[in-house]
Design a protein around this ligand. Sequence first.
Ligand code: SAH
Length: 262
Amino acid sequence: MMLRIIVFMVLISFLIGCSQKESSIVMNENTPTPSRITVKDPTVTDMDVADPYEAEREALVKSGVIAYGVKDAAVIEAMRSVPRHEFVPEEYLAQAYANHPLPIGYGQTISQPYIVALMTEAAEVKPDNVVLEVGTGSGYQAAVLAEVVDHVYSMEIIGALVDRAVSTFERLGYSNITVKHGDGYFGWEEHAPFDAIIVTAAPDHVPQPLVQQLKIGGNLIIPVGPVGGVQTLWRINRVSETEIRTENLGQVRFVPLTREES
Ligand code: SAH
């Protein structure tokens, strides 16, 4: 009898222990917190609730990234990991995984996923690299880069977009992205030289400060062309101190690189 009581008590305390463990969530500053409130549907599992967009994102990666010719495994994995829906305004959530750009306010756009993948692949970056991005915008391209390199420095000319991107990065736990408010035409001398530079707004000529801030062997990926028109996406490889090699990656359409801070 006594033995039965002891066994019973041990069982009860074990069950209490389990239920306490389940209900306690350890949070630290790197724990990504979901930004949007999800109403729990009893028919879906906890994993679905954590990322209800996973299936849509996977479909986009297959049909809009791999099928379009992107091959770099690290880039494909990054496109699978970055939650694009966290970077688009609430009213465009339903289109977060459509393969086209979307407005983000202030006359700017979040780039098309395929173009983000193409530019990241074209940069030919490695895990220990330090990269500069010009044109933070929503922060999506910076986040994709941050998945494949060691550190991303990103510059944005519109102050309100800087603030929004910084809070998005904090919310999602991207501690390897540093954003600065300023004109990216001049690059970010303090952290130069960079292994690669990606420009996501189009100037009408190649800014020489950016070429100067590239390491020898590094790539500058940049759309160049008329404001409001179609531009050419270039890969500019810095062959030596004085030499560059350019490669046409195709026609693209980006918002213009502006020169007035706001
Ligand atoms: N990479 C972004 C795309 C944003 S669109 C994303 O993934 O969402 C291009 C951005 O470049 C805009 O936010 C625009 O304000 C910014 N921009 C334009 N001219 C700039 C300049 N001279 N320096 C820094 N950012 C600039």
